[in-house]
Design a protein around this ligand. Sequence first.
Ligand code: MRU
Length: 369
Amino acid sequence: MRVNGIPYRSIWLDDDCWSVNIIDQTFLPHEFVIRSLKSMQEVAEAISTMRVRGAPLIGATAAYGVALAMRESADTGSLAAACAQLLETRPTAVNLRWALDRLKAALEPLPPEERCSVAYLMARDICDEDVDINNRIGEFGLRLIRGLWEQRRYDADVLHILTHCNAGWIATVDWGTALAPIYKAHDTGIPVHVWVDETRPRNQGAALTAWELQAHGVPHDVIVDNAGGHLMQHGLVDLCLTGTDRTARNGDVCNKIGTYLKALAAHDNDLPFYVCLPSPTIDWAMADGVAGIPIEERDAAEVTRVRGKTAGGEMATVQITPDGVRARNFAFDVTPARLLTGLITERGICPASEAGLESLFPEHGAGAT
Ligand code: MRU
């Protein structure tokens, strides 16, 4: 996607061909800062402090983290230690484990002197695959949006889509998951309008999704997290589209905290709620998402404080709670499959269920060898 007319991915190799450039998302939307990561430790820090975030981008960045670790030492102990340290950075998005398992399985059997170059190639492939997957999700999602637009009420002049958190191009390597269909619909002339949940506490909607949509010229309004139910009751939402950090085998979807409440409201109002799901985000070993998916709990300071731009243009952090107050910061929740209309994957759209997922990914089915 473009920033000030220049095409970017969210992660790329520097001209030196070994350091890894990222867009530091902690500065957005007010500053566009590119940071160069030169060690596995810097990669781990960037993931845990959310300079990079979003399930697919976390996986891609971790893959480059292994490559950087192999530059320093490529023995088997270093490989295991790098994978273990990177896996610790964030617990919920399964793309992290998926990428690390893939690299570890491929690198371990190799002689140490080959591991670094292969790790870089694999990290590049993971990035390219992610772009391809999201492009396909965008195409399937576009068909869905086009169908809804063609069935619109006679007096509708715009299709309202509600999204939560940021599942856009900067949460992936490019395109995004939930925003990919929206970009494509907008580009093909379907008049979409996006309701952007602010997504407290870190405001990924207000800060990142709004920044992306503004740059691409997609009409949108930021709303407070609790506004969605009201809008749905009054016919102002036609479709809900979100991403996911981990989807269990039974179709339960873990995503940013608050997604569950939006799905409940959509269900109560008979509105379609689809989740855009790249296959590396499916945890085939997780039978029941509500019971089993680990939910990250982050620093309470993210709840008690808010960071933003002052009227004078300075960046500042302010405290919004009484001094000494206790707070809890659950970063994700799980939406049970029964509340979802469907899952949009790179292979097509399916019901949110084990049978639905297996119909598109038979290689993971019960009968698969
Ligand atoms: O805590 P974050 O910002 O990493 O959470 C991101 C989300 O919840 C996204 O919706 C999810 O990763 C899908 S991104 C394509």
